[in-house]
Design a protein around this ligand. Sequence first.
Ligand code: OW4
Length: 389
Amino acid sequence: MLDPFGHEVLEDPAEFHATIREAGAVVHLERYDVYAMGRYEHVHAALTDWQGFQSGAGVGLSNFRYEKPWRPPSLLLEADPPRHDAPRTVLTRILGQRALRRLRTQWMDDASELVDSVLAAGPSFDVVTALAAAFPLRVFPDAVGIPRDGRENLLPYGDHLFNAFGPHNDLVAAGAPRVAELSAWVNAQCARDVLTPDGFGARIWAAADHGDITHEQAPLVVRSLLSAGVDTTVHGLAAVLYAFATTPGAWQRLRAEPALARVAFDEAVRWESPVQTFFRTATTDIKVDDTIVPDGKKILMFLGAANRDPRRWPDPDRFDLDRDPSGHVGFGMGIHQCVGQHVARLEAEALLTALAARVSDITLDGSPVRHHNNTLRAWESLPVRVTAE
Ligand code: OW4
């Protein structure tokens, strides 16, 4: 069997995903001694069963029962109830749709300004750097409230973090030299006195004052925003822009009905699954179909395979604005489901709306280049040509 974290699969996982789905509900991968799932039904069931499939032993390959984590575990991602719940409740409120209302106008204006400046430089550009990365980096760090200096560290930190959920392969080794420096910078941005008084970060500290979490927990909750909030949205936006550049008629459809921007983004998250995989750990011997997953073993859930499982999705490889993508597991499912998804959707809506108002066509203009990461499905470069009005 191929290495799910090898370059061949990272370049194009489709065939490997089909093999995993066809092999059964759950299949033992000898190379890593983990149990893999690729069918929607079973991935969904494992994500929902937080008591049987825990996160507290880590959601990467490394098993915190036996191995020391490379950084203090996330209070959200790498925790189980009851400890998970207080930080989760705090972030749910701070990142909820109601709380985001005050950002909406500003982000729509920011997106328009960014798109105008990109178009002013000409009709051909790399949509990853020019838009998919530029827009989140323009709005999200300000919304958290971190200083301007050092923001170039956010993407490399996230890239390494998402590599570190996988095995210790060449990708992790390549990131290792900068880990100490990047972690020190990220951790320093979580302190109360460096955060602006009106951002998500300040609200997390205010929740500590209010007694909802402890003051010791506050910086780690801020760290979750800086860990999970940048690379994910960059690659999610790249995915939806790639979908539009390669799906005949899709852009015209969005132009005719700009309110489709949000469902387009969700369909792209289903279709590309920017977060491809997460692990869980069996808390007891668990029977899945005819296989016993032994207590303490890691379960590798292929979100990307589940999101294209033909048992669940008609014509799954098609980016289709007429389907209802809700129920996809690209944001996870259950108690850990992406707490920042409304932020991501708002970023996507702002960027797509601004682009649709000014661009009548978008096509590839050269060969796209994948960025390989142990967890993320990503683009290094996506050259496009647009027709501006
Ligand atoms: C996808 C996620 C990813 C990476 C880090 C964290 C969360 C965190 N969610 O909480 O640090």
